[in-house]
Design a protein around this ligand. Sequence first.
Ligand code: PRP
Length: 209
Amino acid sequence: MGLVIALNKGRILKECLPLLAACEIEPSEDPHASRKLIFDSRSGGHQLIVTRSADVPTYVEHGVADIGITGKDTIEEYGGAMGFYELLDLGIGKCRMMTAGPQGQPEPKGVLRVATKFVNIARAYYQRQARQVEIIKLSGAMEIAPLLGLADTIVDIVDTGNTLRANGLEARENICNISTRVIVNRASMKTKFSEVQALVASLNDVVES
Ligand code: PRP
C-alpha cells in the first residue's frame, strides 16, 4: 500500500526532497517546476501533496495524508491534535520561536500588546508566564508592528536574527526550539504500519548518516 505524504511548500519542500529521494521516494516531476500540487512517486505507488504549512497537520489529522512533514512551529500552533503522532525530528530547518521588541527598550508594564501569526503559541506562552497580553494576529512581516506602534512585542521565528536587526528589534525570550518533524495519522499507524515504519526508519537512517 502506498503512502500519501503531505509537505509544505518552500524551504521544507526543498530540504526534504533529497531526504525522500534517499528513501527512494521521488515525485514523477519536479514540484518546483510545476503548478501541480499532487505528485505520484516514480515507484512504490506513493503520493506527495504539496501544500501550505498550516494545512499539513489538517491533512494528516483528517487522514487525507498518512504522513506530514512540517515545522514544529506549525505543529505547536495547530494545537492539541488527537489525530496524529509526531514520530521523528529530521534535524533540519532549525530555528527558534522567540519574543522580540525594540532594541534597548524595556517591555512596558501592564497589558502587553503582542503581534504574531502564532497566536496559540503566544497565548500559551504568556499564560505560562501569568502575563496579561493582548494578542494581535498578523499574517507575516510581524517585525514592523513595533515600529508602527501596533504592538510592544512580537512572537516570531528567529533564524540568523538578520530580520530583527534590520528592523531595530532585539530577541528576548526563547519560547521553543523549532525543527522539521514527521507526523503520522493515528489510523495509518495501524492500517499501513509496515509502510509507515519502513519510511520512518529510512528517514531516520538518512538523517543519522
Ligand atoms: C521567517 C520569520 C522571520 C525570518 C527570520 O520568515 O518570520 O521574518 O524568517 O529569519 P532570520 O532570523 O534569519 O532573519 P520567512 O522568511 O520564513 O517568511 P514568512 O514571513 O512567510 O514566515
